[in-house]
Design a protein around this ligand. Structure first.
Ligand code: GTP
Ligand code: MG
Length: 311
């Protein structure tokens, strides 16, 4: 065991930062760290915060973290978004409290790019979350912008997924159409200081009423993240969701599902890497152009790539 890992296990934040960097860069060392630390993970309550761009995810994440600190709990935050204000140091609407959070030993914030080298949500996000979990944070909050597949993937990473909506944007209706609501364990109407919050709550209630009988109805909560309003209730709803998972047997099921998802996505990345290694870029490009010109069908082209790996 090297020095960094030892210091990590003693709870040194600088060692945590080093470990995360190596994990994020997918170095062989990073992989060893994940291997060593993974057995220590699984204790934190992981919470995904997703929703439309600008819906207040970062502000809400900061305010929820502040609520947990008030309750004496520690929090790791992973912001999966290069444009996240976390990087610019503006977590909360209230500057003073933001500073408190930044200086607080019980909170650790890490921003990372949303895309891996091979495209798609980087498998390293799961690894970074596991590392923070192993470090001993009670909660690990994961912010990701809801722009396509990411929110579905994040639901695989987090035990509890919070979907952030805003009044008066019409985004919520879009979200329903995309089926995003199905991944939400808790629905939040943020910017409740804006008009139309209650209307949106009613609309969401009406939509949830269409869910199959017997399925769990996610609670709908109003927050005003810039003022830190509604976070006692939100933290309670998160705890209730965890209790529900534990009592319904859903926790074990979800952990198995997460593990399946992670293993398969890493295996997919490994295979894709092997395909790239077995076929030079210009050959791959030529093959792709043959498909584009309808000379070759995509299945046959993919078979050729797979055959190159087998050789
Ligand atoms: N009025 C009001 N504004 C809010 C509230 N929460 C966040 N905002 C503002 O909304 C804007 C976006 O907030 P962010 O927290 O950066 O939103 P985000 O969803 O993280 O944004 P991206 O990560 O860029 O997608 C900021 O100007 C916030 O101050 C709220 O409850 N009420
Ligand atoms: Mg953000």
């Amino acid at each position: 065991m090297d020095d960094i890992l030892e210091r990590f296990l003693r709870g040194e934040r600088r060692a945590l930062a080093r470990v995360i960097s190596r994990v994020e860069n997918q170095t062989p060392e990073g992989r060893e760290y994940v291997r060593a630390l993974f057995p220590r993970s699984g204790r934190a309550h992981t919470i995904g915060v997703t929703g439309g761009a600008g819906s207040g995810k970062s502000t809400l994440t900061g305010a929820l973290a502040a609520e947990y600190r008030r309750r004496g709990r520690t929090v790791g935050i992973v912001a999966v978004d290069p444009s996240s204000p976390f990087t610019q140091g503006a977590i909360l609407g209230d500057r003073i409290r933001m500073q408190d959070l930044a200086l607080d030993e019980g909170v650790y914030v890490r921003s990372m790019a949303s895309r891996g080298a091979l495209g798609g949500l980087a498998p390293t996000i799961d690894d970074v979350v596991a590392v923070m979990d192993a470090f001993g944070f009670d909660y690990v909050l994961i912010e990701t912008v809801g722009a396509g597949q990411d929110e579905v993937e994040i639901a695989g990473t987090a035990l509890t997924t919070i979907l952030v909506n805003n009044p008066g944007t019409g985004d919520d209706i879009q979200a329903m159409k995309a089926g995003i609501i199905e991944i939400a364990d808790i629905l939040v109407v943020n910017k409740a200081d804006h008009p139309g919050a209650d209307v949106l709550v009613s609309q969401l209630q009406a939509l949830l009423a269409l869910a199959p009988a017997g399925s769990r109805r996610p609670p709908i909560l109003k927050t005003t993240a810039i003022r830190g309003e509604g976070f006692g209730a939100l933290a309670d709803a998160v705890a209730e969701h965890r209790a529900y998972l534990e009592s319904s047997g859903g926790l074990a099921e979800q952990r198995a599902q997460d593990a399946r998802h992670q293993v398969l996505s890493i295996a997919r990345a490994i295979l894709l890497e092997q395909i790239r290694a077995a076929t030079p870029a210009e050959e791959l490009e030529a093959l792709v152009l043959r498909v584009a010109s309808r000379e070759l069908d995509p299945h046959s082209a993919a078979e050729l790539l797979a055959a190159a790996v087998r050789r």
